[in-house]
Design a protein around this ligand. Structure first.
Ligand SMILES: Nc1ncnc2c1ncn2[C@@H]1O[C@H](COP(=O)(O)OP(=O)(O)OP(=O)(O)O)[C@@H](O)[C@H]1O
Length: 484
């Protein structure tokens, strides 16, 4: 691939980026060649999004250079990157929610303006959506705010691969499948392979290691702002990747604990179309099925039913871990500590006044417990990397005393090491009597649950328990007409 005549599409050399005392990049060299997919992995806060911002032209490194097609580019910025065919799908979705998909396409492709631009923008985005996600069913004149998080992610991906004059040459995908179910993720990965086979380049960032292993040609591992290992994909295994990232592989993380819950009382239930929902004390109940088939709506209904009255409560009956963290989870102007403690103020206050010491103590305990990577919990929450923000939302919910925890695909962007810790905490708390209702687009996570409801077209289509909770049964029940 690195023959004499072939030049790196983009090369970053000796890049250093600091945010205050944090060295987000500490001398990184990374070259991307035409016709290759580079997998980029690393713990939360390792510096992946920062190197992406440098390549994308959104961030100028404090030190180091960026070259394109073999030549150092003096003033590299977003416009230079775009004109060279660099596209990026960000971890935090970036479309304008009040505009339609077509209007968003027009914003991305500036030269699409002029008479008849709507028609041309419609063709551009629909062609790309059809190519990446055949049978997607998304109307291009819908406004983005009406789409589910999975649909928004699909539109962002299709937008990055769309061609309206300047063809994409390097597409950077920062956790593109975090809200996609297995079949949509497979469609996207197949498209990436076709794009790369036709000479395109892709940087693929994901915490879902098996996707990286089957898609990337080469995998680069980052740790604390540095590249610590780089090898062809064939030379890696999930195990060796986790080790290179600096996490310990725990064999028992992916097992279900068998418990007899026959005598446990039902703590939350909900009727409706299809099979009624109920969850027992101490049970971990999974919500599965294709993305957008009613799982999040069920969580909202459960939350509303258990919390909507006018009486102030010291301890609420349910707590919620949002999946769409920017929209429903994070208070962007608040510190990390305030974001964490907001759900436990009842425990932390005396006669209506929050005890600062108790708040700081509890924050520090959870920072250690799930490894929230920051120097100071007083920092603003947006100074955290995406995965670390998600950990704060987890800590916020798990630190409360609510007997039921509702989780809406909560592991988006969380690294492998932390996921193992969180699985352990969930298991411990369930054994102590807490109930978890867990929607996940990750099959591995669904298979950790005691019982699973599979959703289809807005209703529960099947219920699987114990040993019947398998990938095969869940997939069968997810598709219409299949036996549950
Ligand atoms: N705007 C900012 N202000 C302060 N610190 C920042 C800022 N952006 C990033 N950082 C810090 O830089 C480091 C690298 O963050 P980065 O977002 O690149 O990590 P990442 O590898 O992408 O993590 P994740 O897997 O969670 O997305 C982190 O310690 C983060 O807290």
């Amino acid at each position: 691939m690195t023959g004499d005549t072939l030049k790196a599409m983009i090369e970053v050399a000796d890049a250093k980026v600091s945010f205050g005392a944090v060295k987000a990049l500490d001398g990184v060299r990374l070259a991307i060649w035409p016709g290759e997919c580079v997998g980029l992995v690393g713990h939360n806060g390792a510096g992946k999004s920062t190197i992406v911002s440098v390549i994308n032209g959104g961030l100028t490194p404090n030190e180091g250079t960026v070259s394109g097609d073999g030549e150092v580019i003096a003033r590299y910025g977003i416009n230079t990157a775009r004109s060279r065919g660099v596209r990026c799908v960000f971890q935090e979705l970036s479309l304008c929610p009040n505009l339609t998909i077509i209007e968003n396409t027009r914003i991305l492709h500036r030269h699409l303006g002029g008479f008849g631009w709507r028609k041309r923008a419609k063709q551009v985005i629909e062609r790309s959506l059809d190519a990446v996600f055949p049978g997607h069913g998304i109307e291009s004149d819908s406004s983005v705010g009406e789409l589910t998080i999975a649909e928004r992610q699909m539109v962002e991906i299709a937008m990055a691969f769309s061609d309206a004059g300047i063809a994409p040459r390097l597409v950077i995908l920062d956790e593109p499948t975090s809200s996609l179910d297995a079949s949509l993720a497979e469609q996207m990965l197949a498209y990436v392979r076709r794009f790369v086979a036709a000479g395109g380049s892709v940087i693929f960032i994901s915490h879902i290691l098996h996707e990286i292993l089957i898609t990337a040609d080469r995998i680069v591992v980052m740790k604390d702002g540095r590249i610590v290992a780089e090898r062809p994909s064939a030379d890696w295994t999930e195990h060796s990747l986790v080790e290179a990232m600096g996490s310990v592989v725990k064999g028992e993380a992916h097992r279900r604990t068998l418990r007899d819950l026959a005598a446990a009382p039902v703590v939350i239930e909900q009727g409706g179309r299809g099979i009624p929902f109920r969850a027992k004390r101490g049970e971990i109940v999974g919500l599965a099925g294709l993305a957008g088939h009613g799982q999040t709506r069920m969580l909202m209904r459960l939350h509303a039913a258990a919390s909507s009255d006018w009486l102030p409560r010291r301890n609420s009956a349910v707590t919620f871990v949002a999946g769409d963290r920017r929209l429903n989870g994070v208070f962007e102007l608040w510190s990390i500590l305030k974001n964490f403690s907001i759900a436990s103020l009842g425990d932390l206050a005396k006669r209506g006044v929050v005890k600062a010491e108790a708040e700081a103590e509890r924050g520090a305990e959870w920072k250690r417990r799930i490894d929230i990577r920051t120097q100071d919990l007083a920092n603003r929450v947006l100074s955290l990397s995406g995965g670390n923000q998600q950990k704060v939302l987890f800590a916020r919910a798990l630190a409360t005393r609510a007997p039921v925890v509702l989780m809406d695909d909560p592991m988006r962007g969380v690294d492998v090491g932390t996921k193992q810790e969180v699985y352990e905490i969930i298991r411990e708390q369930a054994a102590a009597g807490r109930t978890f209702v867990w929607y996940s687009t990750e099959m591995e996570e669904v298979c950790l649950c005691d019982r699973v409801y599979v959703f289809r077209e807005g209703a529960i289509a099947a219920e699987l328990a114990g040993d019947a909770v398998t990938e095969q049964n869940i997939l069968a029940a997810s598709f219409e007409g299949a036996a549950a």
